[in-house]
Design a protein around this ligand. Structure first.
Ligand SMILES: C[S@@+](CC[C@H](N)C(=O)[O-])C[C@H]1O[C@@H](n2cnc3c(N)ncnc32)[C@H](O)[C@@H]1O
Length: 239
């Protein structure tokens, strides 16, 4: 039988399945930057790094970045997007995140767009906590299934994906509260939440630069952003 990890690897084998016309990556890069603030000389771990957009933005400020992905093609994409003169500050690790050794703890761990795909959310959040130093911070991203609008959108998109037979496994669905409860069991306490992606069925056909402009507007609007289906949770590891 094909394992969940193999199915995930197969889905992300062609990076463009996820990367092409995906305005969410740019939106989340903005949110991650705003949530972490001005960080310098930190050790950053980007789990399920994809093309590296989220963590590459920190390399210039003298931070050391470790990018991990179980898709070699994604890692290659991340490496090719790293300017030559900055490559010494980036490590590329081809691995399932659960298999990572617990070496020197990290100051910051990013886990964006990944929890929906993992075999066990509990084991993944436990691993993230172990990889962090006490007082270190992580950002977890989920698609919050507590909102009725989100449930509607979820059903629409999962039916669409199933009809196209693209994802060979069902995505994990969770709410912010459920994720925070798991995080609390693993010594992670909430610092802040930001939301984006207030999408309605059919909007996915709009050009991605329009969707990005719209999403940037939504995420900066206090009222509208409350209804965003994608939540980024900034958490701190207890001392
Ligand atoms: C939806 S993409 C998100 C990429 C990036 N974090 C972003 O937000 O642009 C998910 C990525 O996580 C990787 N991934 C999924 N499960 C993983 C695991 N268990 N260990 C390492 N990487 C994983 C996939 O190969 C893929 O590149």
């Amino acid at each position: 039988m094909v394992s969940r990890t193999e199915r995930v690897r197969a889905y992300f084998r062609n990076p463009d399945t996820y990367l092409s016309d995906n305005h969410n990556i740019a939106s989340r890069a903005v949110l991650v930057r705003e949530m972490l603030g001005d960080i310098r000389s930190q050790r950053i771990l980007d789990l399920g790094c994809g093309d590296g957009t989220l963590s590459l933005q920190f390399v210039l400020q003298n931070n050391q970045v470790t990018m991990v992905d179980l898709s070699q093609a994604m890692l290659d994409r991340a490496r090719s997007r790293t300017p030559e003169h900055l490559r010494s500050r980036v490590r590329y690790v081809y691995s399932d995140l659960l298999e990572l050794p617990l070496e020197d703890p990290y100051d910051i761990v990013l886990c964006i767009g990944v929890l929906a795909h993992v075999g066990s959310v509990d084991q993944t959040i436990d691993k993230i906590s172990r990889l962090l130093r006490a007082g270190g911070r992580c950002i977890l991203q989920i698609t919050d299934s507590s909102r009725s609008l989100t449930r509607l959108i979820h059903s629409y998109y999962s039916l669409r994906e199933r009809l196209r037979s693209r994802v060979g496994y069902s995505l994990n669905r969770m709410t912010v509260d459920e994720t925070l409860a798991v995080a609390a069991r693993h010594s992670l306490r909430l610092v802040s939440v930001r939301r984006h992606a207030l999408l309605f069925p059919g909007m996915g056909r709009l050009p991605s630069h329009w969707l990005l402009e719209y999403d940037l507007f939504v995420m900066s609007h206090p009222l509208l952003s409350r209804y965003g289906s994608s939540a980024l949770l900034l958490l701190e590891k207890r001392h």
